[in-house]
Design a protein. Structure first.
Length: 275
């Protein structure tokens, strides 16, 4: 019997030291499971949400805001060309970027595809309207916040920005320098014209979904990242998703505490290079 035919032997091959009984990943996965017996307790936040107009109003405005920062308006998004089938077939992860800038309208299209507002529930009731985004979200709670480290974008000063999907604009929050350095492949990230960082404000989902909210945040980040990648392909830009980054360094570059708010995923975008 080969190692691949025996689970016990396979574990010893895959893991230098097999996970113990207190493995954090296994404990979390078990603790966040949903069953008919636990659903009422786990989803108690849903009842609080249904009974609180103030909480529902806060959920409808799910986006981090800094009123003291000026908002940079984005241009109209560039049109995305090609059928969905064609774009899916063409999508590839880039390994190099050219040094040319990307258009501001291209960045606007990427952000709109990533997490932009696409409509609203209750549009005939202004006081109760719930904006909807381009990405599916558990309970329409939208725990993500989107940052852009812009290095070479036409019409946009090099800086770190936070995307405000409700206002379709960018808040300038700092320098983009630390973002590339916080990734496991800083040379690749530094070559990008813009780097999109998906972060989560976990309480936006956890008050309703408990431990399972963390799963939902990760799923949502995957949806949003794929939208960016497909939009970049439609715009004939190069893009690559990066899951390898040094969490504390990236959180520090974005001024996140790493607990209530933390980085989840990175997507680098730029003009296509030779590789």
């Amino acid at each position: 019997m080969s190692e691949l035919d025996s689970p016990a032997r396979l574990a010893s091959t895959v893991y230098p030291e097999p996970p113990g009984r207190d493995d954090p990943a296994e404990l979390y996965h078990e603790a966040s499971k949903l069953s008919p017996a636990t659903a009422a307790h786990v989803l108690a936040g849903a009842r609080r949400l249904a009974g609180s107009p103030a909480l529902r109003a806060a959920v409808a405005r799910a986006s981090l805001r800094h009123p003291e920062l000026p908002l940079v308006s984005l241009p109209a998004p560039a049109p995305l060309e090609g059928s969905l089938e064609t774009v899916i077939r063409r999508r590839r992860s880039a390994r190099a970027f050219a040094g040319e800038p990307i258009a501001g309208s291209a960045l606007a299209a990427l952000l709109q595809a990533c997490y932009g507002v696409t409509g609203a529930l209750g549009e005939g009731e202004p006081d109760r309207a719930q904006p909807l985004r381009s990405t599916p979200s558990g309970g329409a709670l939208y725990p993500l916040d989107v940052y852009v480290a812009a290095s070479r974008v036409d019409g946009l000063a090099p800086a770190l920005y936070r995307y405000d999907p409700l206002a379709s604009g960018l808040e300038r929050t700092g320098s983009p320098a630390g973002v590339a350095a916080a990734t496991a492949n800083p040379e690749l990230a530094a070559g990008a014209a813009a780097t999109v960082v998906l972060t989560a404000t976990f309480w936006r989902s956890r008050f309703k979904y408990g431990l399972r909210a963390y799963r939902f945040a990760l799923l949502e980040a995957g949806h949003a990242a794929q939208n960016v990648l497909l939009a970049a392909t439609a715009l004939r830009l190069a893009a690559v998703p990066l899951g390898g980054f040094f969490d504390r360094r990236l959180d520090a570059a974005l001024e996140l505490d790493g607990v209530d708010r933390s980085s989840l995923y990175v997507v680098c975008v730029g003009a296509p290079g030779d590789a």
